[in-house]
Design a protein. Structure first.
Length: 180
């Protein structure tokens, strides 16, 4: 700090540092995104994304998602009023009906899927999911952990709006690091 009134760019490692900023830029570039954010874990990244929603908002969730994600939706965010509707994301008709809603169910604000589901490796057609979601004004959030986090699959290129990934898998290599 040059003075009490100064605000240096890097004042505390937890709030940002050159190494983390470099990682964030590289991940955004790999994913063909505009901005990247690094977190302490994949679930922390998912938690941050879900925190943009308000009580009463509804998210259509792939019925075959990672157990930790399922718990985050159904144990944590449910008590904060975030509604989730599970759906087989390979069934376009069921997906469209779930996103659209009906007289008793509001339209979904988002669709949350995984590129390849964990652990069953169900392949999701991100382009089809994005077309359906966007038709009804919903955003598409894709967990690209098993899509090799920008090395193999790039969901943004197929219409996804937000991409999350756990650095524990492809990015970290052997599960010896945690990040998201």
């Amino acid at each position: 700090f040059e003075s009490v009134d100064s605000m240096p760019r890097w004042d505390y490692a937890r709030s940002g540092n050159p190494t983390r900023e470099f990682l964030e830029r590289q991940i955004a570039q790999l994913e063909h995104g505009t901005r990247g954010f690094a977190f302490s874990s994949g679930l922390a990244a998912i938690h941050a994304v879900l925190s943009i929603f308000r009580p009463g908002d509804r998210i259509v969730v792939g019925a075959n998602v990672y157990g930790g994600t399922y718990s985050l939706f159904n144990e944590h965010f449910r008590r904060w009023g975030l509604l989730s509707t599970p759906v087989d994301t390979q069934d376009e008709s069921a997906l469209e009906q779930a996103v659209r809603g009906d007289d008793l169910t509001p339209p979904a604000r988002a669709v949350y899927v995984e590129t390849l589901t964990n652990p069953l490796l169900q392949v999701n057609d991100i382009a089809a999911i994005a077309r359906i979601a966007h038709r009804y004004g919903a955003i598409v959030i894709v967990d690209n952990t098993f899509g090799a986090a920008g090395f193999i699959a790039r969901p943004i290129d197929f219409g996804a709006d937000v991409v999350v990934a756990s650095a524990t898998k492809w990015i970290g290599g052997h599960g010896t690091s945690i990040g998201g």
